[in-house]
Design a protein around this ligand. Sequence first.
Ligand SMILES: [Zn+2]
Length: 143
Amino acid sequence: MKSTFAECFQCKTLNKINPEKAQTSKPVCGKCSAEIPMHGLVADVGTENFHKVLRNHDGPVVVDFWASWCGPCKMYGPEFQKASVQNTDVVFLKINTETEQQLSAQLGIRGIPCTILFQNTKEIKRQSGAMSAEQVNSFINSR
Ligand SMILES: [Zn+2]
C-alpha cells in the first residue's frame, strides 16, 4: 500500500499516512491526536524525521529545501504541492533551511529553493530554483 509521512507539529512524532485519505481529511497524530496540517501531500519535517523517512522508506523521497524569506520558494510551494498529489508513490517533504541549518550545510545547499531526490538514503540528483508542477514531475520520473 502506498504511504507517506507527516511530522506532528506538536509532539514531533513521525506519522505514517495513507495518501488517499490525507487528501480528503486531515490526518491526526497517532500519539497526541493533534491534527496534522498537510499541504497537498507535502509534509514539513525536521532533520531527525528526515533521516527517519529516508531510512524507513524504500521508494523515492523528494525534498524541497526552502526558507520563509525566499520569494521564489513561495512561488514554488504550490507547484511542489500540486506535484505531490500527482505522484502518490513518491514521498514529498519540505525542510526549512532556517531551522535546519546544520542539515542544509551538510547537504551543501547554497541556492534555494533546492529540490533533492533521494532513494535508499542516497541522493540521486538535485535541482536548484523554482519549478512548475510539470517540471517536478519530469524531475522525479526521469531517473
Ligand atoms: Zn503528535
